[in-house]
Design a protein. Structure first.
Length: 261
């Protein structure tokens, strides 16, 4: 049982980190910069951590920039307020994402004029179905090796491994725009902060804070809120791996990252 839980939580938080750090805060928002070597490292790491549910940074960034421009309107690619349920929203999101990730439809230049990291060989590999099936099989073999005899219920976790990236997106976009509290009432959408301390998605469920201050690299706003991804980012910033370019918004106002605690 313990090896299964270790793998599940390692995959859960590894995939969450890849999505919020590299895909969201770097590819979609350029909240920090890094040199080419480190960019390639985190691009490759994102493919490994997300595995069979790898999300292409280009497709993700275009989709997310659309979301901010059209948040909770009919043109929003993943608003829960224009979908029957979470599954309906995920299907709609997948179609729009695939159009951009597989270059089937040209994106509006409004959403591509700013930098988006692209690594053709890795993106082609990560999106290849043989890669997805092969990587997904590794999880299955691991479960076969470590699930105790007769405890078949553990295998119900496998579909979560296979769809981890989209599941995280669904939790954030459905829950973060329907349930919770608001710190910023002037946003023209229905964004919410779902958890007062967001351990589950490392800060992503502070959706109202993020939409209230979309350039802030720290998604926490109130003193009791903790953005765990931002804490990691501060460490990477201090050792010179990344350079955080944006100031932080808090209840005390705008704070330069170099002075943020």
């Amino acid at each position: 049982m313990v090896p299964i839980l270790i793998l599940f939580f390692a995959h859960w938080f590894g995939s969450v980190f890849a999505q919020t750090f590299f895909l969201h805060r770097y590819a979609a928002h350029a909240m920090f910069s890094m040199n080419r070597k480190w960019e390639r490292f985190f691009h490759f790491l994102t493919m490994v951590l997300q595995g069979p549910s790898y999300l292409n940074p280009y497709g993700y960034a275009v989709l997310h920039r659309m979301h901010h421009s059209y948040s909770d309107t009919e043109d929003d690619p993943h608003s829960p307020h224009f979908s029957k349920n979470a599954f309906d929203m995920m299907i709609k999101t997948k179609k729009i994402y695939d159009d951009f990730a597989y270059d089937r439809v040209p994106a509006n230049p409004e959403f591509t004029r700013d930098f988006i990291p692209r690594w053709k060989s890795i993106d082609l590999l990560g999106q290849n179905w043989w890669f997805r099936i092969g990587f997904g099989s590794l999880y299955a073999f691991y479960y076969i090796a470590f699930v105790p005899e007769g405890q078949w219920a553990w295998y119900l976790l496998l579909p979560i491994h296979w769809l981890m990236g989209p599941i995280h997106g669904a939790i954030v976009n459905w829950g973060g725009h329907k349930y919770g509290y608001r710190n910023h009432f002037k946003t023209k959408d229905e964004s919410k902060n779902m958890l007062p301390i967001d351990v589950l998605t490392m800060g992503e469920l502070y959706q109202n804070n993020h939409h209230g201050h979309p350039t802030s690299p720290n998604f926490a706003y109130k003193w009791w809120e903790v953005d765990f991804c931002f804490q990691i980012m501060k460490g990477l910033h201090k050792v010179g791996i990344i350079n955080i370019k944006r100031d932080v918004w808090t209840t005390q106002g705008r704070v330069p990252v170099s002075k943020a605690a």
